[in-house]
Design a protein around this ligand. Structure first.
Ligand SMILES: Cc1cc2nc3c(=O)[nH]c(=O)nc-3n(C[C@H](O)[C@H](O)[C@H](O)COP(=O)(O)OP(=O)(O)OC[C@H]3O[C@@H](n4cnc5c(N)ncnc54)[C@H](O)[C@@H]3O)c2cc1C
Length: 99
């Protein structure tokens, strides 16, 4: 070996950029969905029913209430509430279907 101990004396660090994130499918390479700017937050952010199309629902970082795992879980809960309301799902109807 021409340079003994060379590998051990090297430090290695892998750095990922927004460009890499973009290639992994993240919208514009962002970690938390669309930018949480004023007019993309709260009521201005896409909602669980983002379009007036029947039976189309949305959830995830770019949807209200926003990005980050705990917040996305809250969004999932909001979507379930919407589904329960829209499809008039009751505990009795779910029990009836599962038996
Ligand atoms: C590097 C990094 C670090 C982070 N750290 C934290 C943290 O410490 N704490 C925190 O709360 N949040 C963190 N976040 C943010 C958090 O991960 C996201 O906000 C959250 O995961 C978004 O959830 P999501 O369901 O919208 O999307 P994702 O979790 O990305 O889920 C989308 C899923 O859909 C799949 N998918 C995409 N396209 C298709 C397709 N066409 N067909 C089928 N499946 C498809 C993807 O493979 C993926 O599994 C981090 C994000 C990144 C990138």
């Amino acid at each position: 070996m021409a340079f003994p101990g060379l590998t051990d004396s090297m430090e290695w660090m892998e750095v990922r950029t927004p460009q890499d994130a973009y290639h992994f499918g993240l919208y514009q390479g962002g970690m938390f969905g669309i930018e949480p700017s004023l007019f993309q937050s709260g009521v201005f952010r896409p909602q669980v029913k983002p379009l007036s199309v029947d039976n189309l629902y949305a959830v995830g970082a770019s949807i209200h209430p926003g990005g980050g795992i705990p917040i996305v879980i809250q969004g999932a809960q909001l979507m379930v509430r919407q589904l329960v309301q829209d499809f008039q799902i009751t505990s009795a109807s779910t029990t009836a279907r599962s038996t």
